[in-house]
Design a protein around this ligand. Structure first.
Ligand SMILES: [Mg+2]
Length: 166
């Protein structure tokens, strides 16, 4: 059970993934989570950096399919302008959405990689099928981390201001 929760690769963000290394390892298709992997869950569309990353994937000859446990509405809004295949309401870590995505990609368990931010959906789902798994640090927690620094700085500034008043 423990091994099923350990990703093959663990990176800070999608941009840290060495796409050429994946190609060299025989990977032909990527299954990618949306919320907190590509964007924060409340961002409706993909930023330029993510669109460029999709281009980079295609330039490496890799196919891509998004797989999200989120609703059809969210996933359709996210993908309608960028024209990328996606599976919504996926119920990860069940196997069905991954099989569906691999059918779209034209790949199988041996040449597909799953990229996501959650151990109990993305990593567990991929590992139990023997698929190459890549865990990324969730975008939302990074925002929280940044927010705590900002808050700390704000408190520091406020203390200084109050002292100045005395
Ligand atoms: Mg996620």
């Amino acid at each position: 059970m423990r091994n099923l929760l350990v990703p093959k690769l663990y990176v800070d963000s999608i941009f840290e993934i060495d796409l050429q290394k994946l190609v060299d390892d025989g990977i032909k298709g990527l299954i990618v989570d949306i919320d907190n992997t590509l964007v924060a869950w409340d961002k409706k569309t993909a930023p330029v950096s993510v669109i460029k990353w999709f281009d980079e994937i295609r330039e490496h000859g890799l196919e891509i399919c998004l797989v999200s446990n989120n609703t059809e509405d969210r996933v359709v809004k996210f993908t309608e302008k960028i024209k990328i295949h996606a599976v919504h309401s996926a119920k990860k870590p069940t196997k069905a959405p991954f099989y569906k995505a691999m059918k779209t990609l034209g790949t199988d368990k041996t040449n597909t990689a799953i990229i996501g931010d959650q151990i109990f959906t993305d990593v567990l789902g991929g590992n139990r099928m023997g698929i190459y798994t890549i865990l990324v640090v969730p975008i939302r927690s990074k925002e929280f981390w940044w927010t705590t620094i900002v808050r700390r700085f704000e408190r520091f500034v406020l203390r200084k201001i109050k002292k100045g008043e005395n």
